[in-house]
Design a protein around this ligand. Structure first.
Ligand SMILES: O=P(O)(O)OC[C@H]1O[C@H](OP(=O)(O)OP(=O)(O)O)[C@H](O)[C@@H]1O
Ligand SMILES: Nc1nc2[nH]cnc2c(=O)[nH]1
Length: 179
């Protein structure tokens, strides 16, 4: 399927699953090397990161834990700039090596909020792993150490990412077709 329709928008395939998985494997290898011996706690940010998290974690070979947090700032196709509360942190982060696992960093405001919130819980270190980054949209300075792919500003769906709740189930990534 090279083009799909979701509600009022057409999307065309832009990154195939096998290309995504190649980059996910590379990121997993980097984490396996860099965080060996640190028993990292991976914190996956729902909903969008569920597919990336699953594929990444299957390739993490060092002892680790995984948990999930949730927040939302995005509606439709543009950032509202409204950052909601982080919910679901049940673990003690004291002296832990934490890896935030996100599907996409766009403006970076969500990530900034996460870093602020997690930072108050005395972790030893916090690292960021994001499937996608839109470098031209970033509004804040972030050290995103583990990035699978950098992409242009266009709105995308698939591989966990949605348009109005739909499209998360596609294994490939699709870019909106402006009409
Ligand atoms: O860098 P930003 O401009 O802050 O945008 C990035 C955030 O937007 C998406 O979440 P969304 O709120 O759409 O929730 P979802 O993961 O449930 O789709 C994505 O998962 C990031 O958390
Ligand atoms: N689905 C989706 N969510 C986003 N959140 C920030 N950027 C995007 C995007 O391009 N697509």
């Amino acid at each position: 399927m090279d083009t799909i329709q979701i509600k009022d928008k057409k999307f065309t395939v832009s990154i195939k699953e096998q290309d995504i998985l190649k980059e996910v494997a590379r990121v997993a290898n980097e984490i396996n090397c860099n965080l060996a011996g640190k028993n990292p706690l991976f914190l996956s940010v729902l909903n969008g990161s569920f597919m990336f998290t699953a594929d990444l974690m299957k390739r993490i070979t060092i002892p680790c834990e995984i948990s999930f947090v949730k927040l939302a700032s995005y509606q439709g196709v543009s950032s509202t700039g409204v950052i909601k509360e982080v919910i679901g942190i049940t673990e003690d982060l004291t002296d832990r090596t934490v890896v935030i696992v996100e599907d996409i960093v766009d403006t970076g405001l969500t990530m900034q909020r996460l870093l602020e919130t997690l930072g108050t819980r005395n972790p030893k270190e916090i690292h960021i792993a994001s499937l996608l980054v839109k470098p031209d949209k970033l509004k804040v300075d972030l050290n995103i150490e583990y990035v699978a792919m950098e992409i242009p500003n266009d709105f995308i769906v698939g591989y966990g990412l949605d348009y109005d709740g739909f499209g998360r189930n596609y294994p490939d990534i699709y870019t909106v077709v402006e009409e």
